[in-house]
Design a protein around this ligand. Structure first.
Ligand SMILES: O=C(O)CCC(=O)C(=O)O
Ligand SMILES: [Fe+2]
Length: 325
């Protein structure tokens, strides 16, 4: 957890690249957000929004400080920024550390701060397999959602790339550790639904920022997925949703947690160009996004072909999907 504390700033800039442009590829549907101050160095800012999160608790008040400067950001900012703010707090990393130190354990506990809500953590590490665990429930934008629910699935190994993860059986986690995590999670996420509504309202009234928020019927996927890939694991070229027919994912939001990532560690997210006039990737044209700690990437789930390159070291990412009809 120490490393995260270091990179948490009271005030940090959120850098937004309005589209991803390289000599290889122009991908106007993908955006980078550098959530942590120390991760912003190599990003060429297209435009920037300044965030000054208070140490005070309320996600709402943090969002009130936000200045939005990009129409693209406005379109989807409520969900995204709430997520970024949450992730800039220690809870997710606490979870991360918890997961790393636990072995074949699972936790189920109720959160004392959120009566009636239950958190459940399922966890298992396996060599050459990656882990997904998820938190959700409180992330549901609908009021009265249930508490966080954690689930786990086996991640694709190279051999089985392309096969969806299968759920693993539940086990027991140490109760104390789980309670600690659950409390933090519940506290931070409890304010999210109203924060999203406030952000959406603020976006809609901001006048010259691109008009009303698009896709007003956005829904948050009830889980944030945390996935780790290790050597031997990769994810082949795919889209997260095919025309919204297989699932309702509309926007993919990724946040990477790999503080020590260096060029050569591989494990990049690879975003492909699309073949003109075809619903297919041009695998010879791509741009690689390093999974650096604090880097938040978002793209349209139904439009962007992408893959995960095999990493040399353990690689962690969080994913939130925004759904739409
Ligand atoms: O972790 C990443 O960079 C992307 C993962 C991904 O594409 C997926 O889970 O669908
Ligand atoms: Fe994906």
């Amino acid at each position: 957890m120490a490393w995260f504390t270091e990179s948490t700033a009271q005030s940090f800039s959120l850098t937004v690249l309005s589209g991803l442009e390289t000599d290889k590829l122009s991908c106007p549907r993908a955006f980078f957000f550098e959530v942590f101050a120390d991760a912003a160095a190599d990003v060429d800012a297209g435009c920037a929004a300044r965030l000054t999160p208070e140490t005070s608790s309320e996600v709402e008040s943090e969002l009130a400080e936000l200045v939005l400067t990009s129409p693209q950001l406005v379109e989807l900012s409520g969900v995204l920024l709430a997520l970024a703010l949450m992730l800039a707090e220690s809870l997710i990393v606490a979870l991360h550390v918890e997961a790393r130190t636990a072995t074949k354990k699972i936790a189920a506990s109720s959160c004392p701060q959120c009566p009636g809500r239950t958190a459940e953590v399922r966890f298992q590490f396996k060599r050459r397999t990656s882990l997904i665990f998820a938190l959700g429930g409180a992330l549901r934008a609908a009021p009265g959602g249930v508490g966080p629910i954690f689930g786990v699935a086996r991640r694709r190994s190279r051999a089985s790339a392309g096969v969806d993860g299968a759920a693993l059986p539940a086990r027991e986690l140490p109760r104390k550790a789980a309670q600690k995590v659950a409390r933090k999670v519940c506290l931070r996420l409890a304010g999210l639904p109203s924060a999203l509504l406030a952000a959406a309202a603020a976006c809609g009234s901001s006048g010259d920022e691109g008009g009303p928020v698009e896709a007003p019927r956005l829904r948050l996927h009830p889980h944030v997925m945390a996935a780790t890939y290790r050597r031997g694991a990769e994810y082949h070229c795919h889209k997260d949703s095919y025309h919204g027919k297989d699932n309702l994912r509309m926007l993919t939001i990724l946040l990477y947690l790999n503080r020590d990532w260096r060029p050569g560690d591989d494990g990049e997210l690879r975003l492909f160009a699309q073949r003109p006039g075809e619903d297919a990737a041009d695998e010879s044209r791509f741009v690689d996004v390093a999974p650096r700690c604090g880097r938040l990437v978002m793209f349209r789930s139904r439009e962007v072909w992408h893959a995960v390159r095999e990493p040399r070291e353990e690689r962690w990412a969080l994913t939130l999907w925004v759904m739409a009809e």
